[in-house]
Design a protein around this ligand. Structure first.
Ligand code: HEC
Ligand code: HEC
Length: 96
Protein backbone atom coordinates (compact mmCIF):
# COMPACT_ATOMS: atom_id res chain seq x y z
CA UNK A 1 0.00 0.00 0.00
CA UNK A 2 2.97 2.35 -0.13
CA UNK A 3 2.84 4.91 -2.91
CA UNK A 4 4.91 3.62 -5.80
CA UNK A 5 4.43 -0.08 -4.98
CA UNK A 6 3.37 -2.47 -7.70
CA UNK A 7 -0.23 -2.73 -6.45
CA UNK A 8 -1.32 -5.61 -8.67
CA UNK A 9 1.60 -7.70 -7.49
CA UNK A 10 -0.54 -8.34 -4.40
CA UNK A 11 -3.98 -7.09 -5.48
CA UNK A 12 -4.71 -9.81 -7.98
CA UNK A 13 -7.23 -11.80 -6.00
CA UNK A 14 -5.44 -13.44 -3.08
CA UNK A 15 -5.71 -12.06 0.44
CA UNK A 16 -5.72 -8.57 -1.02
CA UNK A 17 -8.80 -7.50 -2.97
CA UNK A 18 -8.29 -7.65 -6.75
CA UNK A 19 -7.95 -4.29 -8.46
CA UNK A 20 -8.10 -3.99 -12.25
CA UNK A 21 -6.26 -0.67 -12.40
CA UNK A 22 -4.12 0.75 -9.60
CA UNK A 23 -1.11 2.93 -9.04
CA UNK A 24 0.19 6.16 -7.64
CA UNK A 25 -0.58 9.55 -9.09
CA UNK A 26 1.69 11.79 -7.13
CA UNK A 27 -0.70 13.91 -5.11
CA UNK A 28 -4.13 14.03 -3.53
CA UNK A 29 -6.97 15.11 -5.78
CA UNK A 30 -5.30 14.33 -9.09
CA UNK A 31 -7.68 12.92 -11.66
CA UNK A 32 -7.04 9.83 -13.69
CA UNK A 33 -9.34 9.50 -16.66
CA UNK A 34 -9.63 6.08 -18.21
CA UNK A 35 -11.23 5.09 -21.49
CA UNK A 36 -11.30 1.36 -22.10
CA UNK A 37 -11.25 -0.54 -25.38
CA UNK A 38 -15.05 -0.53 -25.57
CA UNK A 39 -15.15 3.26 -25.34
CA UNK A 40 -16.41 3.31 -21.75
CA UNK A 41 -14.78 6.02 -19.69
CA UNK A 42 -14.64 7.01 -16.04
CA UNK A 43 -12.47 9.00 -13.69
CA UNK A 44 -10.58 8.06 -10.54
CA UNK A 45 -9.33 10.52 -7.98
CA UNK A 46 -6.09 10.00 -6.07
CA UNK A 47 -6.38 9.55 -2.31
CA UNK A 48 -4.34 11.44 0.26
CA UNK A 49 -1.10 9.58 -0.41
CA UNK A 50 -1.57 9.79 -4.17
CA UNK A 51 -2.79 6.22 -4.67
CA UNK A 52 -5.72 5.31 -6.88
CA UNK A 53 -7.37 1.95 -7.51
CA UNK A 54 -10.51 0.41 -8.90
CA UNK A 55 -12.11 -3.01 -9.15
CA UNK A 56 -14.22 -2.01 -12.16
CA UNK A 57 -14.03 -4.48 -15.00
CA UNK A 58 -12.21 -2.84 -17.87
CA UNK A 59 -11.31 -4.05 -21.33
CA UNK A 60 -7.66 -3.53 -22.23
CA UNK A 61 -5.99 -1.67 -23.80
CA UNK A 62 -6.88 1.54 -22.00
CA UNK A 63 -6.38 5.17 -22.86
CA UNK A 64 -5.40 7.18 -19.78
CA UNK A 65 -4.73 10.78 -18.83
CA UNK A 66 -3.68 12.33 -15.55
CA UNK A 67 -4.94 15.86 -14.95
CA UNK A 68 -5.49 16.20 -18.67
CA UNK A 69 -2.04 14.97 -19.64
CA UNK A 70 -2.46 11.84 -21.73
CA UNK A 71 -0.21 8.83 -21.96
CA UNK A 72 0.48 8.55 -25.67
CA UNK A 73 0.66 4.77 -25.79
CA UNK A 74 -2.29 2.54 -24.92
CA UNK A 75 -2.01 0.84 -21.53
CA UNK A 76 -1.93 -2.97 -21.54
CA UNK A 77 -1.23 -3.43 -17.82
CA UNK A 78 -3.46 -2.06 -15.05
CA UNK A 79 -0.55 -1.85 -12.63
CA UNK A 80 0.72 1.59 -13.58
CA UNK A 81 3.57 1.48 -11.08
CA UNK A 82 5.23 -1.41 -12.91
CA UNK A 83 6.49 1.22 -15.31
CA UNK A 84 5.88 4.43 -13.38
CA UNK A 85 7.96 3.80 -10.31
CA UNK A 86 6.88 6.89 -8.45
CA UNK A 87 3.76 7.97 -10.26
CA UNK A 88 3.21 9.13 -13.80
CA UNK A 89 5.27 12.25 -13.22
CA UNK A 90 8.38 10.16 -12.84
CA UNK A 91 8.79 9.65 -16.54
CA UNK A 92 7.64 6.13 -17.35
CA UNK A 93 9.82 4.43 -19.87
CA UNK A 94 9.90 1.17 -17.95
CA UNK A 95 12.79 2.45 -15.93
CA UNK A 96 11.07 2.64 -12.59
C1 HEC B 1 2.84 -6.29 -0.59
C2 HEC B 1 1.46 -6.54 -1.01
C3 HEC B 1 0.60 -5.31 -1.34
C4 HEC B 1 0.91 -4.28 -2.18
C5 HEC B 1 2.17 -4.08 -3.03
C6 HEC B 1 -0.23 -3.39 -2.17
N1 HEC B 1 -1.19 -3.88 -1.31
FE1 HEC B 1 -2.98 -2.99 -0.86
N2 HEC B 1 -3.41 -4.51 0.46
C7 HEC B 1 -2.64 -5.63 0.65
C8 HEC B 1 -3.34 -6.54 1.59
C9 HEC B 1 -2.82 -7.90 2.06
C10 HEC B 1 -4.56 -5.89 1.93
C11 HEC B 1 -5.68 -6.44 2.84
C12 HEC B 1 -5.29 -6.39 4.27
C13 HEC B 1 -5.25 -4.98 4.76
O1 HEC B 1 -6.22 -4.25 4.57
O2 HEC B 1 -4.22 -4.63 5.37
C14 HEC B 1 -4.56 -4.60 1.21
C15 HEC B 1 -5.59 -3.67 1.30
C16 HEC B 1 -5.69 -2.54 0.50
C17 HEC B 1 -6.80 -1.62 0.51
C18 HEC B 1 -8.05 -1.75 1.40
C19 HEC B 1 -8.99 -2.64 0.60
C20 HEC B 1 -10.37 -2.78 1.15
O3 HEC B 1 -11.31 -2.25 0.51
O4 HEC B 1 -10.51 -3.43 2.18
C21 HEC B 1 -6.55 -0.66 -0.43
C22 HEC B 1 -7.43 0.49 -0.80
C23 HEC B 1 -5.27 -0.98 -1.04
N3 HEC B 1 -4.76 -2.12 -0.44
C24 HEC B 1 -4.69 -0.26 -2.06
C25 HEC B 1 -3.42 -0.51 -2.59
C26 HEC B 1 -2.79 0.29 -3.63
C27 HEC B 1 -3.41 1.49 -4.32
C28 HEC B 1 -1.56 -0.25 -3.85
C29 HEC B 1 -0.46 0.24 -4.79
C30 HEC B 1 -0.01 1.62 -4.59
C31 HEC B 1 -1.43 -1.41 -2.97
N4 HEC B 1 -2.57 -1.52 -2.23
C32 HEC B 1 -0.32 -2.22 -2.91
C33 HEC B 1 -1.41 -5.91 0.08
C34 HEC B 1 -0.72 -5.07 -0.80
C1 HEC C 1 4.27 -0.79 -19.92
C2 HEC C 1 4.70 0.38 -19.18
C3 HEC C 1 3.64 1.37 -18.76
C4 HEC C 1 2.49 1.12 -18.06
C5 HEC C 1 1.96 -0.21 -17.53
C6 HEC C 1 1.86 2.41 -17.86
N1 HEC C 1 2.60 3.40 -18.43
FE1 HEC C 1 2.15 5.40 -18.48
N2 HEC C 1 3.76 5.76 -19.63
C7 HEC C 1 4.67 4.81 -20.05
C8 HEC C 1 5.61 5.44 -20.99
C9 HEC C 1 6.76 4.73 -21.69
C10 HEC C 1 5.22 6.80 -21.09
C11 HEC C 1 5.84 7.90 -21.98
C12 HEC C 1 5.35 7.70 -23.42
C13 HEC C 1 3.85 7.84 -23.58
O1 HEC C 1 3.25 8.87 -23.20
O2 HEC C 1 3.21 6.91 -24.08
C14 HEC C 1 4.07 6.97 -20.23
C15 HEC C 1 3.40 8.17 -20.05
C16 HEC C 1 2.34 8.37 -19.20
C17 HEC C 1 1.70 9.65 -18.94
C18 HEC C 1 2.08 10.97 -19.55
C19 HEC C 1 2.90 11.79 -18.58
C20 HEC C 1 4.27 11.22 -18.37
O3 HEC C 1 4.66 11.01 -17.21
O4 HEC C 1 4.99 10.97 -19.38
C21 HEC C 1 0.70 9.42 -18.04
C22 HEC C 1 -0.24 10.44 -17.43
C23 HEC C 1 0.69 7.99 -17.77
N3 HEC C 1 1.71 7.39 -18.48
C24 HEC C 1 -0.20 7.37 -16.91
C25 HEC C 1 -0.29 5.97 -16.74
C26 HEC C 1 -1.32 5.32 -15.95
C27 HEC C 1 -2.41 6.03 -15.18
C28 HEC C 1 -1.09 3.96 -16.05
C29 HEC C 1 -1.91 2.82 -15.45
C30 HEC C 1 -3.31 2.77 -15.83
C31 HEC C 1 0.09 3.79 -16.87
N4 HEC C 1 0.55 5.02 -17.27
C32 HEC C 1 0.67 2.57 -17.17
C33 HEC C 1 4.72 3.48 -19.68
C34 HEC C 1 3.71 2.80 -18.99
Amino acid sequence: MSPGDDCLDCHSGGEAKAWTVAGTMGHQGSHLSITDATGWSFTLRANKVGNFYTAERVTFPLRVAVDGQPMTNPVQDGSCNRCHGNGPGSGGGGGG
